[in-house]
Design a protein around this ligand. Structure first.
Ligand code: ATP
Ligand code: MG
Length: 672
């Protein structure tokens, strides 16, 4: 095979003969490329059949690259079940041995919504306190599965969680899953683990069959993933791992950074270090190094830019008055680049940041895609509040009625709902009108009248307020008076609290979105169009995603907005005030910066409009870490502040689309 496209160290790794090996090196040094080449090398030069090699990748894109390379080298068209993510590989394994865990081979993999629905039924069966949400149990059960704890291990369960009746609920949930011939994500790995652990013959047969195991992004493997691999590994121990301790960003999902740090000792393995970076120019690498060197818990390594085809240019640091201005600038800037490049990524720390960016991308008619998550207006909490707005705007909206009549929980069950619906059908009126009429005429039980009264009141009050107050006040009114905010804030479960904080951020962002519109009809139409616009994406679209989803990827142009204290590092990390959480944030910054090839745009807004108030924000400490050393010595940064320039001059020079005109008017109004 052609090894000429590899440097000396890369070749050493690829041509490794046998036994364990760790490739430990920084971003963009070619780890994934080495892993791909190693796969091909094993097939061609070590004469091992391609289907006897496991290659675990982080994304499907990397898996496809390996398959394509192998097919190219072998001049054939082969596919292997052993190339993919942990979940895709072991789902196939499980289909083969499903009988051993009482599943049929055509079992379904439930999505999260269905997993929660099933759990909800289980909770109802156990009559668990109605205020406890099924998501709490869902999180806890996934967490147990990631730690290899099955439903009959009562002692271990009790040690890890104090949730009421968790062991019974976990057991019954597993029983239900089996009864409906289904698995959740955690089961894919846990069932596989148990099959291998409890059936020595099967374990042995895989150990004999699988000759090599390759793992990408090794720093982010968790307990069960690592142990699964160890069960399949035979005494030749051909385990080839590549990773970067500086890019470990999934500790919150059980990933253990010690796995990579201790690997050389545990396996008595050689380590190959790659220092030549082929992705980014020197300014970008310098910035990345200046940040990450502030972390204490790291192995430490240097990166040198080595790709002559990558243009040298300074990184840009832009400050803006507001988030709207920041998003506007990003869209404007991208609109100039999109003609020449289809490699553009916008990476955010919090999902709530996406909304304003999405809006401006739409205004500029730029095609975009969100990688690895729902779009802003598709998020559950947003759809819930939108349902309140829609129902208040039109009492006929039965779908919205059904969505929120018992949200937050008001003790209105299916039977009561059926009463309301039946009456609506009989009288040919809407569900909402039916409820009102039943209450007025005392045709439903007194307790139900009492329970539904606040709901009727808030919908009527909101409806009355629609043209009397601003849209943002209307939004705040609903979020607070409906009890929705309280429901999120009162969460007792720790894991769920984290999720709810992000939901609350999103709701605040919804209020910001509302503030940009004059009338509710305009706003609701906009929401409808956003979702429509999303369906028409094409391949050269701008990619919008969280920093967590960006691992392993690279773009010519990268935008990193919202580098402010409280956003990045996140307020959660600041509150915890531990070096551990701050160091994980810093690794995330390192991952973000090193995604860029040559054009890196960092930015922050000096004030953020949140929940109807203007809050002043401080630039992120990570920016200080770059610019402190840099400004006079290495000259890495281009600093630029739109707020200090004459906005009219900068933006009027470009042709103004109607959308852009509206935006400028909006900015003028808000930035007095
Ligand atoms: P990350 O840590 O971000 O996952 P990585 O170490 O896996 O990065 P790759 O994605 O494999 O790095 O490589 C980064 C870029 O450098 C890719 O575009 C790859 O094609 C290129 N590259 C890798 N090795 C070489 C080489 N020897 N010569 C030229 N280009 C290379
Ligand atoms: Mg990689």
């Amino acid at each position: 095979m052609d090894l000429s496209k590899l440097n000396k160290e890369q070749k050493i790794a690829v041509e490794h003969k046998k036994g364990p090996l760790l490739v430990l090196s920084g971003a963009g040094t070619g780890k994934t490329r080495v892993l791909t080449s190693r796969f091909v090398y094993i097939v061609k030069n070590l004469d091992v059949n391609f289907n006897k090699i496991i290659a675990v990748t982080f994304t499907n894109k990397a898996a496809n690259e390996i398959k394509e390379r192998v097919n190219f080298e072998l001049q054939s068209n082969v596919d292997s079940p052993w190339i993919g993510t942990f979940h895709s590989i072991f789902a196939k394994f499980l289909r083969k041995h499903s009988g051993l865990v009482n599943l049929k081979s055509n079992f379904t993999i439930l999505d999260i919504e269905d997993q929660k629905k099933l759990l909800k039924q289980v909770l109802e069966y156990y009559k668990i306190n109605k205020d406890v949400n099924e998501s709490i149990y869902h999180n806890e059960i996934q967490n147990l599965k990631d730690n290899k704890i099955s439903s009959n291990e009562n002692k271990k369960i009790a040690k890890l969680s104090s949730l009421e009746n968790l062991d019974d609920i976990y057991s019954y949930y597993q029983q239900r899953l089996i009864e409906i011939n289904a698995v959740d994500f955690g089961d894919i790995l846990l069932h596989s683990y148990q099959i291998l652990k409890n059936n020595l013959e099967i374990q042995k047969s895989y150990q004999n069959f699988i000759k090599h195991i390759l793992i990408d992004e090794f720093q982010d493997t968790n307990v069960i993933q690592y142990d699964l691999i160890k069960l399949i590994l035979n005494t030749d121990r051909n385990l080839f791992c590549v990773g970067d301790d500086d890019q470990s960003i999934y500790a919150w999902r059980g990933a253990n950074i010690e796995n990579i740090i201790n690997f050389p000792k545990v396996f008595n393995s050689p380590v190959v270090r790659l220092t030549k970076n082929y992705r980014s120019n020197s300014s970008i690498l310098e910035a990345a190094a200046l940040i990450i060197k502030n972390n204490k818990n790291r192995l430490g390594k240097e990166l040198i830019s080595f790709n002559e085809n990558i243009p040298e240019q300074k990184i840009n640091l832009n400050s803006f008055y507001s988030q709207e201005e920041e998003s506007l600038w990003i869209s404007d800037n991208i609109s100039k680049k999109l003609k020449e490049s289809n490699s553009i990524g916008i990476l955010v720390r919090l999902t709530a940041q996406m909304r304003s960016i999405e809006d401006k991308l739409i205004k500029y008619a730029l095609p975009y895609e969100i990688i690895g998550g729902p779009r802003f207006f598709d998020r559950k909490e947003i759809k819930d509040i939108l349902a309140y707005l829609k129902l208040s705007n039109s009492f006929e909206d039965d779908l919205s009625f059904e969505r929120i009549i018992n949200l937050p929980k008001r003790g209105i069950g299916n039977q009561s709902l059926q009463l309301i619906i039946d009456n609506a059908r009989e009288e040919k009126i809407s569900f909402f009108e039916s409820l009102e009429s039943l209450s007025l005429k005392n045709k439903i039980p007194g307790s139900l009248i009492l329970k539904t009264k606040p709901f009727i009141e808030i919908i009527k009050k909101t409806s009355d307020l629609i043209n009397k107050t601003t849209l943002e006040d209307l939004g705040i009114f609903i979020i607070e008076e409906s009890g929705y905010l309280k429901m999120l804030e009162n969460e007792k479960n720790k894991l769920k609290q984290v999720e709810n904080e992000s939901r609350i951020d999103n709701l605040k962002e919804l209020v910001n979105a509302l503030s940009e519109f004059e009338s509710l009809d305009d706003f609701l139409e906009h929401v409808g169009l956003v979702n429509e616009n999303q369906k028409k994406t094409h391949s050269n679209s701008v990619k919008l995603m969280t920093l967590h989803a960006a691992k392993g990827l690279e773009f010519d142009h990268v935008y990193l907005p919202g580098w402010e204290e409280g956003i990045f590092p996140s307020s959660r990390a600041l509150e915890q005030n531990s070096s551990k959480s701050l160091e994980e944030e810093r690794r995330l910054a390192y991952v973000g910066i090193t995604r860029a090839k040559f054009d890196l745009n960092l930015s922050y807004a000096t004030s953020r409009y949140t929940y109807g108030m203007n809050n002043y924000s401080l630039p992120s400490r990570f920016l200080n870490e770059i610019s402190k050393v840099d400004k006079n010595t290495t000259n890495t940064i281009n600093e630029y502040s739109l707020s200090n320039l004459n906005k009219k001059n900068t933006l009027d020079n470009v042709q103004l689309s109607p959308g852009k005109k509206r935006m400028l008017e909006f900015l003028k109004k808000h930035n007095k």
